[in-house]
Ligand binder design. Structure first.
Ligand code: GAL
Length: 384
């Protein structure tokens, strides 16, 4: 009797000190970290390093000011992808009024971290908008650290592709087309002009716009920054230098004039798959998908990967990353955000297994699922 009482007390103590272990994903639900606090890593991406996953995302605060960067990039780590340990702020914004490009109040979105084998450095890229300029600056920025959890030190920001035409650019497009300046926006003629380099020419000298972004490291170690450019009309893929901290100048367009945001990329069976969203700000819309045999294209547009109820709004979410599950072949998790711009800290996370039907990436809603979904002989299915 005495013994079992004692055992009970010890057990109760142990449980009180530990958050309940999670054994499944519950898309869209509150997702507590090891301290019981809802994860604060929006527009995130995941790095797998030495047996641990590291989640990086925008740290949001309550109220509309939370739509600009008040704190920085939050990092969490996990061994199983369900339970996340708070690793604190990996990249902190500079003090307000310090004049730094990354000062408090700037817009810092969609951070992604990759490891560079040559330098042994962890390299973080993000979308940067300068304080007080709305979304006009359209820059991509880089910071580095010697540990995955940081602290990351700011390096610099870029408008990529300055003085370089994209690989697939026709020589004739290097000169303005007659009458292009007078074209009315959003007409078919204007879209055609965009596809034939209207904005690429405009931004040739200063460098191309870079907003929503992701970073992808290929099997050969080459890394690429993929971003929404040309007033969000066209995605650009730009090769990074060997240290992943700058651009080589080789770049190309993806889906010219297709109006894509929120790019997320994976490679499976030698092919590249891209999932994006349309451009409706914080409001969700239907996802798009693309496939290519080379990262330089040509990219073929496929269907909306989402199926079932609310497929037209991607289950009320917007893509941010495709996470390859370590140790499982062709197992990918689609990661997306449920934005809550009135109170950004409440933003939710929609993680779903990404299946493939032939070349077509497929998403099915699941209230609850776990990694055993990838062990099914058929396409990943929900637990219930
Ligand atoms: C979204 C974009 C977000 C953020 C937002 C601002 O379309 O994907 O990262 O930039 O617009 O309205």
């Amino acid at each position: 009797m005495m013994k079992s009482l004692l055992f009970g007390a010890v057990l109760a103590l142990a449980c009180a000190n530990r958050a309940p272990q999670r054994t499944a994903f519950e898309p869209g639900k509150v997702w507590p970290d090891n301290k019981g606090v809802h994860l604060n890593a929006h527009g995130g991406g995941v790095l797998y390093d030495h047996g641990r996953y590291y989640l990086f995302g925008e740290h949001k605060v309550a109220g509309p000011t939370g739509n600009s960067a008040q704190v920085g990039v939050h990092c969490y780590s996990s061994k199983d992808l369900y339970n996340w340990q708070d690793e604190g702020i990996a990249f902190a914004v500079a003090p307000a009024s310090s004049g730094s490009e990354v000062e408090q109040g700037c817009v810092l979105e969609r951070p992604k971290v990759v490891f560079n084998k040559k330098t042994g450095q962890y390299v973080m890229w993000f979308h940067l908008e300068l304080k007080g300029q709305g979304y006009a600056a359209a820059r991509t920025a880089v910071a580095v650290a010697s540990k995955p959890t940081g602290p990351y030190k700011y390096v610099r920001s870029f408008r990529p592709g300055a003085g370089q035409w994209p690989l697939g650019f026709a020589a004739a497009w290097q000169q303005p087309a007659p009458g292009e300046a007078a074209l009315k926006g959003w007409t078919p003629e204007w879209r055609q002009a965009v596809a034939e380099g209207l904005f690429v020419r405009r931004d040739f000298a200063p460098g191309q716009m870079a907003r929503d972004m992701t970073v992808f490291v290929d099997d050969d170690g080459k890394a690429y920054n993929i971003h929404s450019s040309e007033e969000n009309l066209t995605l650009h893929v730009a090769e990074l230098t060997d240290d992943y901290q700058g651009f080589t100048g080789r770049w190309n367009t993806i889906a010219p004039a297709g109006h894509n945001e929120a790019p997320a990329l994976c490679k499976r069976g030698g092919k590249y798959y891209l999932i994006t969203s349309g451009c409706t700000g914080w409001e969700p819309n239907a996802a798009r998908s693309f496939v290519a045999s080379s990262i330089w294209g040509p990219w073929q547009q496929l269907a909306n990967p989402a199926t079932g109820a609310r497929a037209d709004i991607t289950y009320n979410s917007q893509s941010t990353y495709i996470l390859p599950v370590a140790g499982k072949q062709d197992a990918f998790i689609f990661m997306a955000d449920r934005w809550t711009p009135k109170n950004p800290i409440d933003g939710g996370y929609v993680w779903l297994p990404l299946a493939f039907e032939g070349d077509q990436p497929r998403l099915r809603w699941a209230d609850r699922w776990d990694l055993s979904a990838f062990d099914q002989p058929t396409a990943p299915a929900a637990l219930k």
